[in-house]
Design a protein around this ligand. Structure first.
Ligand code: ZN
Length: 408
């Protein structure tokens, strides 16, 4: 799976304050375990649940059935190795996406392996439908090639060396082959944000030339497939409970419901975000900005700034200006970082974050453009300039509130 950074699921860069499906899950700790293609690889806490579940189900079910007569520690060892190889398969799938994205000059912030597989976090959206298509296809293609390679290799080894040749290796090889084929095929389900859904979006985007509309339509397909997976999962569980099907169908059914729910909520969040983008594209900065901008002087003390501005106005931050020039910005966080005892002795100039050119925008930009600038620069507020003068201030939360009202 690939996700662009402003997508639900990325933490701090959430474009708007929107409830998103796996925010709770994503806030668990994750650890950096290495680098590949220059991209940091992270493992999320929830991934260990999958690791244990896969190892356990192989060690107690699949392996004793296919390879009878071994000791329990052997089964657990083989299960653990298979789970690690599965982990490697998912990583290679994500590296497939990442390799193509990097060729399109889209930086990948990191790859995270979590309960549903992996996500490559792209810094921005693909530049064209063609790029979207190729980036999305690269992951499943890697999985299908790996799967074909493992299955082909196992069949060749078996026919060449005979049945008895390293039975354990043959079982592991064919298992890994099947899992990779499944990984490739499952991700090709045409429901956004799965890879197949991205392929669908690329097609719709090329067709109707409207990125947000294409996202919205592909996400609708994602919602549909999420519901369908949930229903199939429910059917399997009912079948297993009523005795019509084997017990293993109940586990598979539960897993399908889990994945269906995930797809449903991720697709719903993408659809909402697309709707929000559509409405924010038609809103200008002038409509959303705060018109009466209160600015601070660089040489006033931090204590005065707190007493006369932060407390009096209740804003989260102020631009620092002198003779009509924006020198920087001071936020509540900058003040809090300074010990209270030093407030009377430090000047605003010393704790402000200096202005960068990216900090000022014209009033006729769309709210979307302003939002993108804030996300890229990691800024919460921008100064609106017209003819060399400050005419307003725009903040992330103001845009979010405006759009919520706008939709209502
Ligand atoms: Zn993928």
């Amino acid at each position: 799976m690939v996700m662009s950074i402003p997508d639900p699921g990325s933490e701090a860069e959430l474009t708007l304050e929107f409830p998103h499906c796996y925010g709770g899950c994503m806030s668990l700790p994750n650890w950096r375990i290495g680098r590949a293609l220059g991209i940091p690889i992270h493992v999320h806490a929830s991934w260990f649940v999958v690791f244990f579940f896969v190892t356990w189900s192989l060690a107690t079910g699949y392996l004793p059935e296919t390879l009878p007569g071994l000791s329990a520690p052997r089964y657990w060892g083989m299960g653990g190795i298979a789970a690690l190889l599965l982990f490697l398969s998912v990583l290679l799938h994500e590296l497939g996406h990442s390799y193509v994205a990097l060729r399109y000059q889209i930086p990948i912030r990191r790859i995270t392996l979590f309960i549903f597989g992996g996500v490559a976090h792209m810094e921005k959206e693909p530049p064209s439908p063609r790029a979207e298509f190729l980036i999305a296809m690269a992951g499943p293609l890697v999985s299908l090639l790996l799967g074909a390679g493992c299955l082909g290799g196992t069949i060749a080894a078996e026919s060449f060396f005979g049945q008895s040749w390293f039975q354990g290796l043959v079982v592991l090889g064919s298992l890994l082959g099947m899992v990779n084929v499944q990984l490739g095929l499952f991700n090709l389900i045409p429901g956004f944000p799965l890879d197949g859904g991205r392929v669908l979006r690329a097609g719709l985007w090329a067709w109707n030339k409207d990125f947000n509309r294409a996202t919205s339509q592909a996400a609708l397909a994602g919602i549909g497939f999420g519901v369908a997976l949930g229903l199939i999962g429910g059917g399997l569980m009912v079948g297993a409970w009523s005795g019509a099907m084997g017990n293993s169908f109940a586990t598979n059914g539960g897993w399908l419901i889990f994945i269906g729910t995930f797809l449903f909520s991720a697709a719903l969040a993408s659809r909402r975000r697309a709707a929000l983008h559509t409405s924010s594209a038609s809103v200008t900065v002038r409509q959303v900005m705060i018109h009466r901008v209160v600015t601070l002087l660089p040489d006033m003390s931090v204590q005065d700034a707190v007493d006369q501005y932060f407390i009096a106005h209740g804003f989260g931050g102020f631009p620092v200006c002198e003779e009509g020039q924006v020198l920087g910005v001071v936020t509540v966080q900058d003040v809090q970082a300074l010990p209270t005892a030093l407030w009377p002795w430090r000047r605003v100039r010393e704790i402000m974050r200096p202005a960068v050119p990216a900090f000022c925008i014209p009033p006729d930009w769309s709210a979307t453009q302003a939002m993108e600038r804030m996300v890229q620069g990691g800024l919460d507020r921008l100064v609106v300039m017209e003819n060399g003068a400050i005419v307003g201030l725009i903040t992330r939360s103001a845009i979010a509130h405006f759009l919520q009202l706008h939709r209502a």
